[in-house]
Design a protein around this ligand. Structure first.
Ligand code: NAD
Length: 298
């Protein structure tokens, strides 16, 4: 297929490269990031999308997506597929999809899980929102970049699945780090805790696959000085999106809220910026039990 790709950063770059490897003709645009080998470089977003069968965006946030959408929709051919893989809020996703419809485009949200490693290896999970019609055309493109594609429902359902998943991940990682720091203070060996938890009812991806304790469990960013991996900033971004969505939907999410406050303090007032999101473990190690009468205190 003829594919336009806008946003060739940490995720978009390797995703576009995989499309080229699979034999697609890809034209890409990014004002900063280099164009991967085999991708034709366009001088603007509008140029990258003209005449393409499908256009993929992989951008930092919803505000940028809205602005890019305004630039590209008038230049896309009617009936073409527009798929946004960025992680953004549900409201913006639905607004942009509605606008795409006015231009006769078939719009999908398809945020991903799997990080830079998954983007490079072509093993991402895509959570898709949009209409069944058109999904049959979209699916083979996503299959090139990922190992699992789930059509979650109508427009916005992909973003909803992504932020629910990452709210679970943020809360689970935070409590996993708390538990390992508590174990230290109780004189319990970390390897023993891993041995028990990873095969007991407290098990989770955060312990079993991505253990925040260095030297314990499979290799993870903890074994590499907490270099990301998945950065604390990105986790904070996703937890904020989940709270925006909860606000919009009038949903009670106290654990998600508290995890957001913890990552907010870690990133904005402490040393969390640029560190993996599992670096909450050394954070908790250093802290004492204070502030438990005040719910807002992380
Ligand atoms: P990134 O910052 O590396 O890439 C974004 C790219 O968009 C940049 O290269 C930037 O120059 C480009 N860009 C900005 N404004 C633009 C414009 N107007 N036109 C064209 N390009 C523009 O970010 P990333 O890590 O690749 O993440 C992209 C998206 O994927 C984000 O929404 C993020 O939340 C999500 N995501 C990231 C990860 C991860 O591990 N990095 C994992 C899952 C989801």
């Amino acid at each position: 297929m003829n594919i336009g790709f806008i946003g060739l950063g940490n995720m978009g770059g390797p995703m576009a490269a995989n499309l080229v490897r699979a034999g697609h003709a890809v034209t890409g645009y990014d004002p900063v990031a280099p164009v991967p080998e085999g991708v034709s470089a366009a001088q603007s977003a509008a140029e990258a999308v003209a005449g393409r069968d499908a256009v993929i965006t992989m951008l930092p946030n919803g505000k940028i997506l809205r602005s890019v959408a305004d630039q590209i929709f008038p230049n896309m051919k009617s009936g073409a597929i527009f798929v946004d893989c960025s992680t953004i809020n549900v409201e913006t996703t639905r607004a942009v999809a509605a606008k795409a419809g006015q231009y006769g485009l078939q719009a999908f949200d398809a945020p991903v899980s799997g990080g830079i490693g998954g983007a490079t290896a072509g093993t991402l999970t895509f959570m898709v929102g949009g209409r069944q019609t058109g999904f049959a055309i979209l699916r083979p493109i996503l299959d090139v970049m990922g190992q699992k594609v789930v059509l979650c429902g109508s427009s916005g359902a992909g973003q909803a699945a992504k932020i629910c998943n990452n709210m679970i991940l943020g809360v689970t990682m935070a409590v996993t780090c708390e538990a390992f720091a508590l174990a230290d203070k109780l004189g319990l060996d970390r390897a023993k805790l891993f041995d028990v938890v990873s095969t007991s009812s407290g098990y989770s991806w955060s312990t079993n696959v991505y253990c925040p304790a260095p030297g314990v469990g499979p290799k993870s960013p903890a074994d590499n000085g907490y270099q990301p991996g998945f950065s604390s900033e990105l986790m904070l971004k996703d937890l904020r999106l989940s709270q925006d969505a909860a606000e919009l939907a009038n949903a009670d999410t106290p654990m998600g809220y508290l995890a957001m406050k913890v990552y907010e303090a870690f990133v904005e007032s402490e040393d969390g910026r640029g560190r993996d999101f599992s670096a909450l473990l050394p954070r908790f190690e250093k802290r004492e039990r204070t502030g438990y009468d005040d719910r807002d205190k992380a």
